[in-house]
Design a protein around this ligand. Structure first.
Ligand code: HEM
Ligand code: HEM
Length: 188
């Protein structure tokens, strides 16, 4: 029930999938909101500090999830055209790359002036002296495009999940909500 099988996801993958998805949507909303705050707003410093702390935790969880994926079976897709199966698998891989790239670009924005990254004022990740001109602006531009495209891909990915559920009527969505029981497998 904790580990994946070739037929379905276990609890660890399911909990990681939904908590990371929730955190990513939250980070996106927080990011869009905080860049428009005025200097005298009470959240002017607090919001980026929260964004950075939750961001680092989310990217770390994504790396844990990648390790979990590499050490567990990946459930087989339900029958569908080969092209769609390829697109879905490519999209899943892209999510890992995008989230890690958001972490790297976020780190480069926050440490551009040599300050460390502070995680809830408990842990400090030191700045690297990268010596890139306009580092904060360049990394900010990359971070912006990665964040918006991630949300676009996530919406397509969610639409695909609903298509599986309502049109194909297979278990793609339900097996990402609760682990597939051995009993059900025997009935298939
Ligand atoms: C290690 C993780 C992260 C760090 C250190 C970080 C850091 C930052 C910083 C410093 C900014 C302010 C940029 C500016 O003032 O122009 C920012 C903006 C933003 N971040 Fe993150 N971030 C991280 C992860 C994420 C993730 C995972 C998302 C997911 C969607 C995200 C979405 C955004 C958005 C939408 C903005 C506003 C961009 C804009 O309009 O310029 N961030 N982030
Ligand atoms: C930013 C948000 C999201 C990210 C980054 C994300 C990422 C992923 C990844 C990487 C997988 C492959 C399995 C794994 O490696 O754990 C996956 C599977 C899945 N996701 Fe998401 N997801 C997000 C949001 C959503 C949403 C909103 C829905 C549905 C409404 C959804 C439904 C599913 C389903 C049904 C699967 C299983 C696909 C299969 O078995 O082939 N995801 N997701």
């Amino acid at each position: 029930m904790l580990k994946n099988t070739l037929q379905g996801y276990g609890w660890i993958s399911i909990v990681l999938h939904w908590s990371i998805a929730l955190a990513l949507f939250g980070l996106f909303g927080l990011g869009v909101w905080m860049v428009d705050l005025g200097l005298y707003d009470a959240w002017y410093h607090k919001a980026p500090a929260l964004h950075i702390s939750i961001g680092v935790i989310t990217v770390s969880l994504m790396l844990v999830r990648l390790l979990w994926r590499w050490t567990n079976p990946v459930p087989k897709a339900f029958p569908q055209p080969a092209l769609l199966e390829w697109v879905a698998a490519a999209m899943h891989q892209l999510f890992y790359v995008w989230v890690v790239a958001l972490g790297v670009s976020g780190y480069m924005i926050s440490t551009a002036e040599g300050d460390p990254l502070l995680i809830f004022e408990v842990l400090a990740i030191p700045a690297l002296d990268l010596d890139i001109d306009n580092q904060a602006d360049l990394a900010g531009e990359v971070h912006f495009w990665l964040a918006w495209s991630l949300i676009g891909f996530a919406l397509l990915h969610a639409l695909a999940a609903f298509k599986h559920h309502f049109i194909n009527q297979d278990k793609t969505l339900t097996r990402m909500l609760i682990p597939t029981q051995k009993k059900e497998l025997n009935n298939e």
